[in-house]
Design a protein around this ligand. Structure first.
Ligand code: FES
Length: 102
């Protein structure tokens, strides 16, 4: 590990520490660490990761610090981030309804 890639320059991906260089995106850091897919398509379950690399195709979606569907290719890597692979078939949380009867 070089001086530029210290443990302070790392985020958590599904329980594994992933190092990154200053200025690198989450997707870039994952790819540099050998992680090439982090979600699967709803229909056929095909693996997805970086494709366009410029924020256009939305193939690289994952969860960052509890925020679903973040594009890994344009999300800056930050120390201590909690990055999770995405399950696009998982139900979204329902909004709280004030005054709703149960
Ligand atoms: S790889 Fe296409 S939007 Fe991220």
């Amino acid at each position: 590990m070089s001086a530029e890639m210290t443990s302070a320059n790392a985020f958590d991906f599904d329980g594994v520490s992933v190092p990154f260089r200053p200025g690198q995106t989450v997707g870039g850091a994952l790819a540099a660490s050998g992680v090439v897919s982090w979600r699967a398509t709803r229909g056929s379950g095909e693996p997805r990761g970086l494709f366009c690399g410029i924020g256009v195709c939305y193939d690289c979606l994952l969860n960052v610090d509890g925020q679903r569907s973040q594009r890994a290719c344009v999300t800056p890597a930050r120390p201590g981030q909690e990055v999770r692979s995405d399950d696009p078939g998982a139900p979204l949380p329902l909004p709280a309804l004030d005054g709703a009867e149960s």
